[in-house]
Design a protein around this ligand. Structure first.
Ligand SMILES: C[S@@+](CC[C@H](N)C(=O)[O-])C[C@H]1O[C@@H](n2cnc3c(N)ncnc32)[C@H](O)[C@@H]1O
Length: 206
């Protein structure tokens, strides 16, 4: 489904092709973007009205909401990190590169977020399509990213691009999934010192 016509050969290869479970076994109770960037992500979530039943995909010990959603499910690779997430009401360990289908019912969520992690997906189009399945009609999938990553675990197509190219990549994931309205792309903190924040979000069709 991650079509060679859209993404060139080798796009989803990674330097470290060992199972993600190995890389993510040690808990990392750190932040991956600076405090101002975290605040920028939180403002975006608030501006977009992400409340109700929310899924934070590829999550860790911190989700970046200014006000916690009524019900926040966090999905990630490390149980100890997820256990430390104070906003979470449900926690799921699940490897999206092994199984891109998320373990939730259809129409389970009002919104889905994914912060500084989309670059690690090796089967993103399948993941984006399945996220649309678990979103209620019109619900937003909001992907944010900066210019930092674990380079050995990011896909090579991501590493080969600059920030604008990466916005185009996330747009292509939305479009190739066929499951969303036109995505919105944004540089959320132009001119700010520190970590830049870019975002791409779109509403699920149905
Ligand atoms: C850079 S951290 C970002 C964590 C969090 N979203 C944040 O904003 O701080 C990358 C996260 O992606 C998750 N992740 C990486 N590969 C994954 C995979 N194959 N399936 C599910 N989650 C994954 C890891 O558990 C890790 O928490």
């Amino acid at each position: 489904m991650d079509r060679p016509g859209v993404f060139p050969p080798g796009f989803f290869e990674r330097y470290d092709d060992a199972p993600d479970a190995t890389f993510y076994r040690p808990p990392r109770l750190v932040t991956h973007i600076d405090d101002a960037a975290i605040a920028t992500v939180g403002r975006l979530y608030a501006d977009l009205g992400l409340t109700g039943d929310v899924l934070d995909l590829m999550s860790s010990w911190i989700s970046h909401f200014t006000t916690p959603p009524a019900h926040l499910t966090v999905l990630g690779m490390n149980a100890a990190e997820l256990a430390h997430n104070p906003m979470a009401t449900d926690r799921v360990v699940h490897d999206l590169n092994v199984e891109p289908t998320v373990p939730f019912a259809d129409d389970a969520f009002d919104a889905v977020t994914c912060c500084v992690s989309v670059d690690y997906l090796t089967r993103p189009v399948e993941v984006f399509a399945d996220v649309a399945r678990v979103l209620r009609p019109g619900g937003l999938f909001v992907c944010t990213f900066s210019n930092r990553c674990f380079p050995t675990k990011a896909v090579s197509g991501w590493l080969a691009n600059d920030d604008m190219g990466r916005l185009a990549i996330v747009r292509a994931y939305f479009e190739a999934s066929g499951a969303y309205a036109e995505p919105t792309l944004a540089h959320c903190n132009p001119g700010a010192p520190g970590d830049p924040v870019y975002a791409a979000w779109a509403a699920a069709w149905s």
